[in-house]
Design a protein around this ligand. Structure first.
Ligand code: MLT
Length: 407
């Protein structure tokens, strides 16, 4: 008899963003004449930068000619892209990362979800609350948690991110082995200083723990003093894996390209206490389960590092940041307490009421989709997340509609 992985039964009924999409679809079915403005899931709306499109098209033409055609590429990504990433994103900021420590993939969602496979099922995990649901759900699927009770899974150390701590959690009270951190944060839009990040790196070194650092939103950092990479912090090469994405940076949500950095100096231990390089383990997993990102997409991603690419990508994030600033200004003008939106495309708003009730009110009365904070964890209750990924005109209209719905 075929049997299921019962860990799946512990999960919430559906993935947060699928749940929201279903609610919005139901609303649209009932109200076919109402136009809905989507500021929910962080999906980009602007076209790919011209430099990326030109490189993409050139790559496609190469595939059309037998002389330049490419079949399977290296699973870890083409050297031309890995070299640009190492130099452009890390070495230029004093972070000692080499091209062969970079694994190109089809998304940071997949990588942050898959990485847990290379760790023992007995490790103790610390996860922020609120949190991007993928970190938690993939550990639930793997059987690293107990049951779900009162908004939390047994067996997880939750790191509360609240107004009181500026949405940067304190170090865990008890011992943990694996720590998920995301800055600029999804969902709160909060950022972390170098000094704060150093306390995490020092903690991980002392505890022989590992930090999974999701930096998918680093392109939105405008404050020069904030770290874009955890490897800007001394000692991080020994204790951190970093995830990056071209999705929000360069508008690649539909093109799919991201990367994960696994320094060769990272070690983890077997049951007998012998050390093993995580680079080798991840390489083994990646080469077994993944066949690489398509050649034209990698050429397109490479163009992000050209002079014109850099300018265009900056314009793209500036555009969304202008939206974010408007959302911040309007929502605080209406008397709401807001976080994020300055070095981040997400604005975290204290709705002073139940998250899902506020979500429903904005959908029904203003025709605006946001994301209920409670969907990101218990500490998200009472908040909503508004995304800046839409056209400026739509953001202006969404704010007008919200203002008139809430007055
Ligand atoms: C979000 O809205 O949190 C993100 O778009 C989800 C994702 O990147 O997978």
């Amino acid at each position: 008899m075929i049997k299921i992985n019962e860990n799946y039964l512990k999960l919430q009924a559906s993935y947060l963003f699928s749940d929201i999409a279903k609610r919005v679809a139901a609303f649209q079915k009932e109200n076919p004449d109402r136009e809905v403005i989507r500021l929910g899931i962080g999906d980009v709306t602007r076209a790919l930068p011209k430099a990326c499109i030109d490189a993409f098209q050139k790559g496609v033409l190469e595939m059309a000619d037998e002389a330049t055609f490419r079949g399977y590429g290296p699973e870890q990504g083409y050297g031309f892209l890995r070299e640009k990433i190492a130099a452009g994103d890390f070495q230029s900021r004093g972070a000692d990362i080499s091209p062969d420590e970079i694994f190109v993939s089809d998304g940071a969602k997949c990588d942050t979800g898959n990485i847990q496979e290379i760790f023992s099922n007995t490790i103790r995990i610390a996860i922020p609350d609120p949190v991007y649901p993928v970190y938690l759900d993939t550990n639930v699927m793997a059987g690293r948690t107990g049951v779900y009770q009162e908004g939390r899974f047994e067996g997880i150390t939750y790191l509360d991110s609240t107004r009181e701590n500026g949405f940067v959690p304190a170090l865990p009270q008890g011992p943990v082995d694996l720590i998920y951190l995301c800055f600029p944060n999804n969902p709160t839009g909060a950022t972390i200083t170098k000094a704060q990040l150093k306390t995490w790196v020092d903690y991980a070194r002392q505890e022989r723990a590992l930090i999974l650092f999701d930096a998918a939103y680093e392109a939105f950092i405008r404050d020069e003093n904030l770290p874009k990479s955890i490897y800007e912090i001394e000692g991080a090469r020994e204790v951190a894996i970093e995830f990056r994405s071209f999705s929000k940076t360069a508008g690649f949500t539909g093109a799919r390209c991201a990367f994960t950095v696994v320094p060769k100096s990272l070690m983890a231990f077997d049951e007998k206490g012998n050390a093993h390089a995580l680079h080798g383990l991840w390489n083994r997993r990646h080469t077994t389960k993944f066949n690489g990102v398509s050649y034209p997409v990698q050429r397109s991603a490479e163009a992000v590092y050209s002079e014109e690419g850099k300018t265009q990508v900056r314009e793209l994030s500036d555009y969304y940041l202008k939206n974010a600033h408007l959302i911040r200004k309007e929502m605080s003008g209406m008397g709401y307490e807001v976080t994020g939106g300055e070095n981040s495309p997400y604005i975290w708003i204290d709705g002073k009421t139940d998250s899902w009730a506020f979500f429903d009110q904005l959908l029904k009365e203003a025709g605006v989709v946001c994301t209920p904070g409670a969907g990101f964890g218990k500490c998200g209750q009472g908040y909503i997340r508004v995304s800046a990924f839409n056209s400026y005109d739509n953001v202006v209209r969404a704010m007008e509609r919200i203002r008139s719905a809430l007055k």
